[in-house]
Design a protein around this ligand. Structure first.
Ligand SMILES: [Ca+2]
Ligand SMILES: [Ca+2]
Length: 227
């Protein structure tokens, strides 16, 4: 409420604020009150409704803000590879609330050839394999790409997205960027990556191994909006 030392509101938090400060600290042995002697939650004489002490100088009556962080996604970047039918990799994805793991909202890898359009005609995706939680295994299926296969010298762009289990999900991305915050891993042109910079998407280095493959065509996977 004030940062002026002489003010009676100095360092006090606005009452009833919805904030991550509320009930997001832990008790420390020997510390039972705040800077102006209000008793910290969990100590004898506490009269508030918090479920843990508050963060900062002031113990106050606020509303605890829920999880606002998207899942944290980490994996080792893929190196050059042969033009086989697929590439697999494993990502560690964690979240304070939990990572959504059911089909439809399960973590996804989006991928395309660097020469394909930065829209629904170029980007394809697959969900993490299986049904379990982290670590998640992904298979970049080359047969889903336009043309049905890759050739020597192709560059494949890819990134992983995951959402948490909050009622309004927080959506995370690794090796990419959202132009606007999406509400689901089902990315659409208006909500997310279709307006993001391709430069922010990681790339596989050129492929060197020689192999001949019969080409085939496949339809884009269901779920990618073309609007
Ligand atoms: Ca409190
Ligand atoms: Ca979260």
């Amino acid at each position: 409420m004030s940062t002026v030392g002489s003010s009676p509101n100095f360092l006090h938090i606005v009452p009833a604020s919805t904030t991550l400060l509320e009930s997001h600290a832990v008790n420390v042995a020997g510390i039972t009150d705040d800077y102006d002697t209000d008793i910290r939650q969990g100590n004898p004489g506490y009269g508030g409704t918090g479920t843990a002490p508050d963060v900062g100088a002031d113990e106050f009556e606020g509303v605890a803000q829920g999880d606002v962080q998207p899942p944290a996604i980490v994996y080792s970047l893929l190196g050059s590879g042969a033009p086989s039918t697929s590439r697999t990799f494993t990502a560690t994805i964690v979240d304070a609330t939990g990572v959504a793991t059911t089909a439809g909202v399960r973590p996804r890898v989006y991928f395309k050839k660097s020469t394909d359009a930065h829209d629904a005609t170029g980007w394809k995706y697959v969900e993490a394999t299986g049904s379990g939680d982290s670590p998640f295994n992904f298979t970049i299926d080359y047969t889903m790409l336009n043309g049905g296969s890759v050739s020597i010298g192709d560059t494949i762009q890819y990134f992983v997205v995951a959402q948490d289990t909050r009622p309004t999900p927080n959506v995370g991305i690794f090796q990419g960027a959202f132009a606007a915050g999406p509400t689901s891993v089902a990315l659409t042109r208006t909500s997310s990556f279709f307006t993001a910079s391709t430069a922010s998407v990681s790339e596989l280095p050129p492929i060197f191994f020689t192999a001949s493959r019969k080409r085939s065509t496949t339809s884009p996977p269901a779920g990618i909006s073309s609007t």
